[in-house]
Design a protein. Structure first.
Length: 358
């Protein structure tokens, strides 16, 4: 995402920051305005905070921290309604279940899960796809396996996104990634994928987009359970079996999974390019005399063609993977979208842009 600055001293801060290391001001992210704010306690109203920016003071003279700012396991740095009607911020309100905090490990897990969810909220808000823009929002259940009970399965059903909190453990996530022959597996990736299922219901189901969706992704009315069973029964498919038309091997399972995988990669692309644009990155690939123009914010203007965004993203992923390899890590973005996958990414972009221009 874009870089943020403390609006009291101008020092670089981050999306997760709760205080500025340079000037010591308390920081909070104001979701309604999509900005980081330096705050000072209100001397006259307990529990309220005063923005340090004169510009922000004119529109929002007082702010209230999310109740999870200081609660165990969440460490939220969002603000919430100043009138006190909502103790939790717009992101925390979406969480229905958290794991049992009597297990100390679940404190760290919940913190990581909620932080990833706030990253998802940021991107969706940039695309005008949150409750702040009047859309329905998914509900999140972050659940832990219980002895003698069916293991918690990550997935989406009827507006609820469920995630097994074991995915917050690096070792367990790596074990599952290797067992499933996946090149990439992150908490944010999970949430982006599952949000794709949610937004299929919101943006595609029963809409004018459905015929084009079926032409590109296939008929979603085919038996989903049988498709999953067949996918796991045949094991990992070679690239010739999926690469020409899909962004990943799992995307070839069923049209719903193809959409969700493509949706997740669309969000990856938008966030990656926005981050690079925020740092004013300009690239020139080795062996090429011409330089690419400086990276541009993909969220503005909203009519930017996806082909243009992707042209910026491709050399960026090459550099990112090279940097990772120089530090002994595997590729950060281990994907090479084929023309068939790019066509589907363009379709997602069209759907989102049409929604934004209403």
């Amino acid at each position: 995402m874009r870089a943020f600055n403390c609006d009291h001293c101008g020092h670089l801060v981050f999306f997760e920051s709760t205080s500025c290391v340079h000037c010591g001001c308390s920081l909070a992210f104001v979701p309604e305005q999509m900005r980081m704010a330096a705050l000072a306690p209100s001397g006259s109203t307990p529990g309220m905070w005063v923005p340090q920016s004169p510009t922000l003071q004119q529109t929002t003279p007082l702010l209230r921290m999310c109740h999870n700012r200081s609660s165990q396991g969440a460490a939220c740095n969002f603000t919430t309604d100043a009138d006190g009607s909502q103790p939790y911020c717009v992101s925390c309100r979406q969480t229905r279940w958290l794991p049992n905090f009597e297990n100390p490990q679940n404190l760290l897990r919940a913190n990581q899960l909620e932080n990833a969810k706030r990253y998802l909220f940021y991107t969706l808000s940039c695309l005008q796809l949150t409750s702040l823009q009047g859309l329905p929002a998914p509900v999140f259940d972050f659940l832990e396996d219980q002895p003698g009970q069916t293991p918690v399965m990550t997935g989406h059903a009827s507006g609820t996104i469920t995630l097994n909190v074991a995915e917050a453990d690096d070792d367990e996530r790596a074990r599952r990634r290797l067992a499933m022959f996946e090149p990439y597996r992150t908490l944010l990736g999970h949430l982006r994928h599952e949000s794709g299922h949610f937004f299929w219901d919101v943006l595609i189901k029963d809409s004018a987009w459905l015929p084009r969706f079926r032409a590109l992704f296939g008929d979603e009315r085919q038996d989903y359970a049988q498709a999953l069973q067949a996918h796991y029964a045949r094991g990992p498919a070679g690239p010739d079996g999926w690469q020409q038309q899909h962004i990943s091997a799992y995307a070839a399972t069923h049209p719903w999974e193809d959409w969700a995988e493509t949706w997740a990669h669309y969000l990856h692309t938008m966030d990656l390019v926005e981050t690079a644009a925020s740092y004013r990155v300009q690239l020139r690939l080795p062996g090429h005399l011409a330089s690419w123009p400086p990276m541009e914010d993909p969220f503005t203007p909203i009519h930017t063609p996806f082909e243009h965004i992707l042209q910026q993203c491709v050399p960026l992923t090459l550099m990112l993977n090279s940097l990772n390899r120089s530090l002994g890590h595997s590729d950060a973005y281990p994907f090479a979208p084929s023309p068939g996958a790019v066509t589907k990414l363009q379709f997602v972009h069209e759907v989102v842009m049409e929604h934004r221009m209403r």
